[in-house]
Write a protein that binds this ligand. Structure first.
Ligand SMILES: [Mn+2]
Length: 340
């Protein structure tokens, strides 16, 4: 394969990558396309607890490789929600001896879940968009400022065969990745390029309104019932600048895991709230707190006090062998200090 070497050192000149351990060879779109043309029998891995981006990338790439006459299949350590059934219809089920393993939207091999042990060492090509990507594949196609890995896969498919290689089904998969990762184009990660690529995809004529309805508006009755409890039980602290919600195992088990996504967004939607907190009980009884900041408050610093971490605006920490009341008290005390 004729890969120009854009290696670790070059990657590290990018501010966003500084200090990150990079063990993969960074390659561009042309090298990646050449690599895909030259091989066959692909296994495409999504991350565990799969979302619209990792699945949209996997199914779009699988369909494209099959169109090119290659054998390809997708695998994921966790179950795929029925919401993605339209993606499964985009690919043929093929049996073959795997030759090349590819990961899509996987920032770290640990995120492969139970498949890390089985496949983590075998991945030749990683396609990703996470600034925090920890190199694990031999080769890496990384666009750290793309809103979704599906943007990168779109450009790769274009490199492989132009617009003729795209179609309605592939476009629907890629659009789902872009829309879900950008919060339906609401997050600050949605750039002019994000919108341009989405606009190109809309030209293929799939039902984008239905996709956005399914992923952003549709809720199960169980989810609505859980939200009802959440709204009823919101607690306010620090003069209304902190809103807190706690959920026991019993409450969480009324919905499936897909249904419990996005709950941490609820407290921070409230006007006047600067720090939103959602505390969920884990299966082992410990408590996991997710903090979201709407202001200057650095929630990463608050979580670090309790051994947690994350980002300035979104972070998390855990409380073990502690009652819920005690966990709340400790957290609210730190939040109070940060708000002063
Ligand atoms: Mn993603």
């Amino acid at each position: 394969m004729n890969t120009a070497k854009i290696v670790t050192a070059a990657a590290a000149t990018d501010d966003s990558d500084r200090g990150k351990k990079m063990t993969s060879e960074r390659i561009g779109f042309r090298e990646t396309a050449d690599f895909l043309r030259q091989h066959d029998n692909y296994v495409i891995l999504s991350h565990a607890n799969p979302d619209g981006d990792t699945l949209g990338c996997a199914f779009a790439l699988c369909r494209t490789l099959q169109k090119l006459g290659k054998k390809a299949k997708n695998i994921c350590a966790d179950e795929i929600s029925h919401r993605y059934d339209f993606m499964k219809e985009a690919v043929e089920v093929q049996e073959f001896d795997p030759e090349v393993y590819i990961s899509v939207d996987v920032a770290d091999r640990k995120l492969l879940g139970d498949f890390d042990k089985l496949y983590g060492d075998k991945i030749e090509l990683a396609i990703d968009h996470h600034v925090s990507h920890v190199g694990f594949a031999k080769m890496l196609l990384l666009e750290p400022h793309a809103a979704a890995a599906a943007q990168t896969v779109y450009k790769l498919i274009f490199e492989l065969g132009g617009s003729a290689l795209l179609d309605e089904k592939t476009a629907a998969c890629l659009y789902t990745g872009i829309s879900t990762d950008s919060g339906c184009f609401k997050y600050s990660c949605a750039t002019p390029e994000t919108h341009r690529i989405a606009a190109e995809l809309l030209e293929y004529g799939f039902d984008h309104a239905h996709i956005d309805y399914v992923f952003f508006d549709l809720k199960t009755k169980a989810r609505i019932a859980l939200e009802e409890q959440i709204y009823r039980d919101i607690e306010y602290y620090c003069g209304g600048k902190c809103a807190l919600v706690s959920l026991t195992r019993e409450q969480l088990e009324t919905v499936d895991s897909e249904d419990s996504n996005g709950l941490s967004a609820i407290p921070r939607q409230i006007e006047g709230v600067e720090v939103g907190v959602v505390i969920k009980q884990r299966r082992n009884g410990s408590w996991k707190a997710s903090l979201r900041s709407n202001s200057e408050v650095d929630v990463q610093k608050i979580c670090a006090v309790f051994g947690g971490g994350g980002h300035v605006k979104a972070a998390g920490c855990s409380f073990y062998n502690t009652s819920l009341e005690s966990a709340k008290k400790q957290l609210v005390a730190e939040i109070g200090k940060a708000l002063e």
